[in-house]
Design a protein. Structure first.
Length: 389
């Protein structure tokens, strides 16, 4: 097993041998990340982080003696468009496909990659459907699965905070929002907690009055509230709860890792909110984080404000390490290199299961708290046990 270095020297990234003498002088990585629409707050930061990684690699000799070319075409937060974009990228010569940060939006790109015998990697899709079981033996996601995300939240609630009763709201929007609640509930119950009420919400409704009425009818306030939603609806739901006196801590997943949502909650409502995400954009999370932030700021003119930028960097850097180990971009060889590798990333140490194991991403999770609308790092967490995917 290999251990990769995050910030690799030029010498370590240049392959000395016949592959470096290939006629092609570049390696094309295609991206179908969404720059517009509801998926943009997750994909755009990843795209920006990927650009930093590509520049870093190219400035330090490239990979296998070749320069990296990253071509991204806007997936427009539309699964059909994402699939069509992947076909277009493959036609343009893409040798690896980078897919959006979600199963519903990203899987069409990975399906096209699989059809072309190419490796596809989502920057941060976390539903266990994003697996080799569903998408094929050359498909991966950089993210932990929701089994880890949900279990981390449940363990924190019961084992660390002693919160024994929960109210759970599940946005029926996509697979991510539905399975995140499922795994939280399962782990919460396993830990001895009681679910007072499981309720649903439809993304875009912007009206939480019916759910509040059902919650108030319980006649009992929960110790903790778990809200699995997406986009700006998260902030709306939290404000609605707070405005009628529900001051219990709120827990959620990586969709909370959105500075626009934090700003919408502000000092008044942005307290006692905890979420599980990919990393923390500070040196407490990783010894190389300061260097990455320096590189990112130099390129983009401002420091990153969400961990999703690191998912883009890590995706490109991991692809580069895999290509170097495989000696080529051949789909089967690259997939094997990713399966066999151990990667030390800004988003935590990662090693994959085999294709038969779904390419399960074995990984820790970062826990963040909002205080006065500002995020702070609680720490890394890795549950001792996980719900079955």
């Amino acid at each position: 097993m290999r251990t990769s270095k995050l910030l690799m020297t030029a010498a370590s990234m240049v392959f000395v041998g016949s592959a470096a003498m290939a006629a092609d002088d570049k390696i094309v990585i295609g991206g179908a990340l969404s720059m517009t629409g509801i998926q943009a707050p997750l994909d755009t930061p990843g795209y920006n982080g990927a650009l930093v990684a590509v520049k870093y690699l190219n400035d330090n000799g490239g990979v296998l003696g070749k320069q990296i070319e990253f071509i991204n075409i806007d997936g427009k937060s539309d699964p059909v468009t994402v699939g069509n974009v992947a076909v277009e990228l493959i036609d343009k010569g893409a040798e690896v496909i980078v897919a959006p940060c979600d199963f519903d939006f990203g899987s069409p790109a990975s399906r096209e990659a699989q059809s072309a015998d190419l490796v596809g990697i989502s920057t941060c899709a976390s539903d266990p459907l994003y697996s080799s079981w569903s998408l094929g033996d050359k498909q991966f996601t950089l993210s932990m699965w929701n089994t880890t995300m949900g279990a981390t939240a449940a363990d924190f609630a019961v084992k660390e905070k002693g919160w024994k009763t929960a109210y759970v709201v599940t946005d029926q929007f996509i697979a991510y929002t539905k399975s995140l609640s499922k795994y939280f509930v399962e782990q919460f119950k396993t830990n001895g907690g009681e679910i007072l009420l499981e309720d649903t919400y439809t993304n875009g409704d912007n009206n939480f009055s019916a759910q509040l009425a059902r919650l108030q009818a319980l006649g009992q306030k929960p110790d903790v509230i778990f809200v699995s939603s997406y986009g700006q609806d998260i902030g709306m739901i939290i404000r609605a709860l707070r405005e009628v006196g529900y001051d219990a801590p709120v827990l959620g997943g990586d969709a909370y890792d959105d500075p626009a949502m934090h700003e919408s909650l502000g000092e008044k409502f942005g307290n006692d909110v905890f979420f599980v995400t990919h990393t923390w954009m500070g040196p407490e999370a990783h010894p190389d984080m300061a260097k990455f932030i320096e590189l990112y700021t130099a390129m983009h003119g401002a420091a990153p404000d969400t961990s999703f930028v690191s998912t883009g960097w890590d995706t490109i850097m991991m692809i580069a390490e895999g290509i170097k180990a495989a000696g080529s971009t051949d789909g089967a060889a690259l997939a094997k290199a990713l399966e066999d590798g151990q990667f030390k990333l800004l988003t935590g140490d990662l090693d994959y299961g085999t294709a038969e194991e779904g390419h399960v991403p074995n990984k820790a999770a970062a826990l963040i708290e909002l205080k006065g609308g500002k995020p702070s790092f609680v720490g890394w967490r890795k549950p001792e046990s996980l719900p079955k995917p």
